[in-house]
Design a protein around this ligand. Structure first.
Ligand SMILES: Cc1ncc(COP(=O)(O)O)c(C=O)c1O
Length: 388
């Protein structure tokens, strides 16, 4: 069959391949410890599961759902946003519930970009920023994220001829894969840059609610004027351990929110209503639920960071996010090290280069396993690396 140029140029999605690799090794009897995907191992809140089940009993909920989500969900999101970020959103105009935030990334980019446009993609990046750019025929222009620049893109380094063609800036804080966070000063500069050059910002905040100690990641919509140029994606996947439910939301600039709603309704249908009711329940949970869950991740972070440092894989204590971004041991590339480790120890990490060329020299380690399993993984790594 002759397939389109688009699909023949699209690489396979790394984590779809990775899952198969793990299944093959498990079938061969290996006890694989996968610290690869950011797929929460902890359960969704009990009240959320209960609400999903009761909503399933109502036959009205078996019918096609509203394309743009239930009014009650819009209101719950607006209330949550106001409480969490102090920003008032208008429920119907500034909010669009999604089947997970991933689809929103692709739809928002498609709503902005034309063939020949440029999108600024900080590197390393969540791979959807590149596929979301190339799908409508636009080109990514990569902005290096390095330890030296605190994993913040240098917007002043972009040549004027590139800026002239640029329609979109992708941002993602807390960042996947580096776990870096951005402060108000950076967001202010990004919003001023976007306003000056008539560029749209898509800020991906999938990790907004995984944070440690007193740190609270901020929304770009807290910056005055941001709503004129920016949209932001949020997700219940990592926030409430609801990755399988598939629910997230796009918020911010009403024109772009409306455009994504139009595009989406031409391609898919709404979110299963029981999942919407479950999401409302989640958004009403007390802050103590998040505090307890984040304390679990914080203990895991400490085990992983201390463990990596003792193995010579330098890593820093993060303020937010689900990952540790660690150096690979001397003498390895990212890919060689992760392949070798999987082979020798059955521990599966993600090579930094999966997120772009600037990920070379690093691995991303996910905190989505129990403390006991993390200790076993580190022990196995220590054995194969022969560190006393
Ligand atoms: C940075 C980032 N954005 C978005 C997503 C998509 O999340 P979901 O579609 O489950 O909301 C992920 C998932 O891993 C992610 O890492």
């Amino acid at each position: 069959m002759r397939l389109s140029k688009l699909i023949t140029s699209l690489p396979p999605y790394h984590f779809a391949n990775a899952k198969q690799k793990i299944l093959d090794r498990q079938a061969a009897g290996v006890d694989v410890i996968s610290l690869s995907m950011g797929d929460p191992d902890l359960p969704a809140p009990a009240a959320v599961v209960e609400r999903l089940c009761t909503a399933m009993q109502d036959m009205q909920n078996h019918r096609y759902p509203e394309y743009r989500g239930m009014r009650a969900l819009h209101e719950a999101i607006a209330d949550w946003f106001a409480q969490r970020f102090g920003v008032q959103l208008t429920p119907e105009q500034d909010i669009l519930p999604l089947l997970g935030s991933k689809e929103g990334l692709a739809y928002a980019a498609t709503s902005v970009l034309n063939a020949g446009d440029i999108a600024l993609v900080p590197d390393p990046y969540y791979p959807v920023y590149v596929s979301g750019t190339t799908t409508p025929g636009a080109e990514p222009y990569l902005l290096p994220l390095t330890a030296e620049n605190h994993y913040l893109p240098d917007l002043d380094s972009i040549p004027s001829e590139v800026i002239a063609q640029t329609r979109l800036l992708w941002l993602n804080y807390p960042n996947n894969p580096t776990a870096a966070c951005a402060d108000g000063d950076f967001f202010e500069r990004a919003v001023a840059f976007a306003r000056r050059h008539d560029i749209v910002i898509i800020h991906d905040m999938a990790y907004a609610e995984v944070y440690f100690d007193d740190f609270r990641p901020m929304s770009i919509l807290q910056i005055p004027g941001a709503r004129d140029v920016a949209v932001e994606l949020h997700s219940l996947s990592k926030t409430y351990n609801m990755a399988g439910f598939r629910i997230g939301m796009l918020v911010g600039n009403p024109e772009l929110v409306d455009a994504v709603g139009r595009l989406k309704s031409n391609i898919d249908s709404g979110i299963f209503r029981p999942v919407q009711y479950a999401a409302i329940e989640a958004l009403h949970l007390p802050p103590s639920w998040l505090a307890e869950r984040n304390a679990i991740y914080q203990r895991r972070r400490d085990i992983l960071v201390d463990g990596c440092n003792s193995l010579g894989m330098q890593a820093e204590k993060t303020r937010a996010g689900l990952y540790v971004w660690a150096h690979v041991p001397a003498g390895y590339t990212s890919k060689d090290f992760t392949d070798w480790l999987f082979d020798q120890a059955g521990v599966f990490l993600t090579p930094g280069t999966n997120f772009g060329a600037h990920g070379e020299g690093y691995v991303r380690i996910s905190m989505t396993e129990s403390e006991e399993r993390l200790r076993i993984a580190l022990q196995r790594m220590s054995t194969v690396l022969r560190v006393e």
